[in-house]
Design a protein around this ligand. Structure first.
Ligand SMILES: *[C@@H]1O[C@H](CO)[C@@H](O)[C@H](O)[C@H]1NC(C)=O
Ligand SMILES: *[C@@H]1O[C@H](CO)[C@@H](O)[C@H](O)[C@H]1NC(C)=O
Ligand SMILES: *[C@@H]1O[C@H](CO)[C@@H](O)[C@H](O)[C@H]1NC(C)=O
Length: 311
């Protein structure tokens, strides 16, 4: 390369189908507008297939037949196919058939080729403050839609509610909260049950990042290990279910924290030093491919995608 500018080339990313069938506008330079990432172009126009650098396939629609891989088209030699899912292993159905197809993975996992966590901890910047109430009218709340009696979180909930009051929201209880009521409702509570639907490696969803942290309730986490959570969450920001030998002991600790102002406020000291960024927009996530692109392995194939997902 002679001139530095000549080394920056445009990258093009084709999203083969929109996750969960909901599409968003891709007009303009979305990655520059939304994430400050230049030379990165997203399209959902399949006629661009022969020329794009990267094609992204969201798992759900491949698994339920709503969409299919373009196996009948010639695959350009330098093109990379990305497998995308933000679901834990148990929700990635029909994955066996997808071995030997993809070059890169994109998921919440830190060891994915393109890691896209639900949220991130960043240094405090003086702009993104926290709004908290001191007027709590609720002890703990939980929003749950896909409740299954044999999930660990269901056992813990059924037992915990014998010791402390828990306000229940979501589809399971037929008390769905509209989007604009979610955080205000949770913020009335001292604690929020960030109970994941499965305890899987690195799987920390919006239940922690958005529901608890953004509402300003102390998260009570059931999910990956304390060490995994500590690696990504702000310091002293959550209570972990696995730290207690019984639900009774957990409940006793929650009552102690609720009654002791200093202990309670201790869980919010991080507001002075850190802030949270959550990711909710698929476009913003797709733009991350361009940031990572120069460091991605050029020759790679997931021969056993199922094995990787379950590892
Ligand atoms: C505290 O919250 C309760 C219930 O939401 C409300 O009735 C009361 O007026 C609030 N008090 C203050 C001081 O905001
Ligand atoms: C829970 O029950 C469902 C359906 O009855 C079953 O498919 C699943 O394997 C069970 N999960 C566990 C963790 O036992
Ligand atoms: C991507 O994966 C396909 C399917 O296994 C493979 O044929 C191709 O060589 C891989 N491409 C790159 C650039 O790694």
């Amino acid at each position: 390369g002679s001139h530095p500018a000549a080394m920056i080339r445009n990258l093009s990313i084709l999203l083969w189908h929109w996750p969960f069938g909901r599409s968003y506008s891709l007009t303009g330079d979305k990655c520059l507008e939304m994430s400050g990432i230049g030379h990165c172009f997203l399209t959902d126009d399949r006629s661009a297939y022969p020329t794009v650098d990267v094609v992204v396939f969201h798992h759900k629609e491949l698994s339920n037949g709503a969409s299919a891989l373009p196996l009948d088209l010639r695959r350009p030699a330098a093109q990379h196919w990305v497998w995308l899912s933000l679901e834990p292993p148990v929700n990635n159905a029909n994955i066996k058939q997808l071995g030997g197809v993809f070059n890169w993975t994109m998921s919440y996992r830190s060891d994915a080729d393109i890691p896209i966590p639900y949220g991130k901890t960043l240094p405090e910047d003086g702009i993104h403050g926290f709004q908290r109430t001191s007027n709590h009218s609720c002890f703990a709340s939980w929003v749950v839609s896909r409740y299954k009696p044999n999930q660990t979180r269901a056992y813990v909930y059924q037992s915990l509610k014998k010791y402390i009051p828990i306000e229940l929201y979501g589809g399971w209880n037929k008390k769905r909260l509209p989007d604009d009521r979610l955080l205000p409702t949770i913020s009335k509570c001292l604690f929020y049950l960030s109970f994941e639907n499965s305890e899987s490696k690195d799987y920390i969803s919006e239940k922690l990042w958005r529901n608890a942290f953004q509402a300003g309730a102390i998260p009570v986490v059931l999910g990956p290990s304390r060490a995994t959570c500590e690696a990504v969450a702000p310091p002293h920001s959550f209570i972990h279910v696995a730290d207690f030998t019984s639900v009774a002991e957990l409940a006793a600790y929650l009552k102690y924290v609720a009654a002791d102002k200093q202990a309670y406020e201790g869980y919010f000291k991080w507001h002075q030093t850190h802030r949270i960024k959550t990711y909710t927009d698929w476009r913003e996530r797709l733009c991350q491919i361009c940031l990572k692109y120069p460091r991605l392995p050029s020759l790679k194939v997931y021969q056993d995608l199922e094995g990787w997902v379950n590892s």
